[in-house]
Design a protein. Structure first.
Length: 292
């Protein structure tokens, strides 16, 4: 299929893009990398009258360390995240996760802002920015807002963006000296959408977790942070881990589709969380999931 007819405008500034979006409202869509928008239009799932292309805005591109955070421009491409020394040093979770995003041709065009705005529940980057306690910076006709990543994703392909707003940057706090991370996903083939995945950022001190932010994706309408408060500041035993797995299971309502049943997704979520805790603590005895 082909996309329905549309008008095209290439923005030359953020202010110009915002003005066009304010003028055309719901009839306009933002084009960043186009790796999600164009397929949706070709399938006639979306039919905007105007496409506002922000892909050439250099002011929205790049990775910079600013004070206590890493600022990532919204049109920074996945391949740039993969190859960035700053990302490798200060946000290695992103570097590890981004190689699972589709295939090289997609990563060479797709952008972090586009991925977050698309809000696919099986996408890797929304889970990562929640795990990293990032802030999504957005701008519209009424000015700039900073939205915690955990509050940005509302549902399937739904975010806290208001009509006429665009993502301009992602701000990631610099990690603690003893920060560690985990990323893993189950997919039919490398590059396919995840059946279930988990991203986590944690702090380990004296073989104890003093902080951990595990986030599941592919098991609900959006990436969801897992409550594992019982694992903090304690010696994690198999029984303690088993109890946390049970708590997590009570919060899951995974979909059932051609890729996996709901029960399979619950099982895979258990496997991933157990592996996560075992790897973060360097405890092979926890990898099997305690007594769950």
């Amino acid at each position: 299929m082909k996309a329905p007819a549309f008008d095209y405008a290439r923005a030359t500034s953020v202010e110009g893009a915002i003005a066009l979006l304010a003028k055309h409202g719901e009839r306009a869509k933002v084009l960043s990398g186009g790796q999600s928008l164009m397929p949706a239009m070709n399938l006639r799932l979306l039919a905007p009258e105007l496409i506002v292309d922000i892909g050439a805005l250099d002011e929205l591109r790049g990775i910079r360390r600013q004070g206590g955070m890493l600022s990532i421009g919204a049109v920074t491409r996945h391949a740039d995240l993969q190859n960035s020394a700053e990302i490798a040093t200060h946000a290695p979770l992103l570097k590890e996760a981004v190689v699972h995003v589709a295939h090289p041709a997609i990563r060479n065009r797709g952008t972090i802002g586009g991925s977050l705005a698309h809000a696919d529940p099986a996408s890797e980057l929304p889970a990562c920015v929640i795990a990293l306690d990032a802030t999504i910076v957005v701008r519209g006709i009424n000015g700039e807002r900073r939205i915690p990543a955990e509050d940005f994703f509302i549902g399937i392909y739904e975010t806290a963006l208001s009509a006429g707003e665009i993502i301009t940057a992602v701000e990631v706090p610099l990690p603690a000296a003893n920060a560690v991370h985990f990323f893993s996903e189950f997919a039919r083939r490398h590059g396919d959408y995840a059946i279930v995945g988990l991203a986590a950022q944690a702090v380990v001190d004296n073989k104890r977790l003093t902080d951990i932010r595990p986030v599941l994706f592919g098991v609900g309408a959006k990436a969801e942070r897992v409550n594992v408060a019982a694992l903090l500041n304690t010696d994690v035993t198999p029984a303690v881990l088993s109890e946390s797995l049970k708590v997590m299971q009570g919060t899951l309502d995974p979909p059932e589709d051609q890729q996996a049943s709901a029960s399979m997704r619950r099982h895979l979520a258990n496997v991933l969380l157990a592996r996560c805790v075992a790897e973060l603590l360097g405890r092979a005895d926890l990898r099997a999931g305690g007594t769950a």
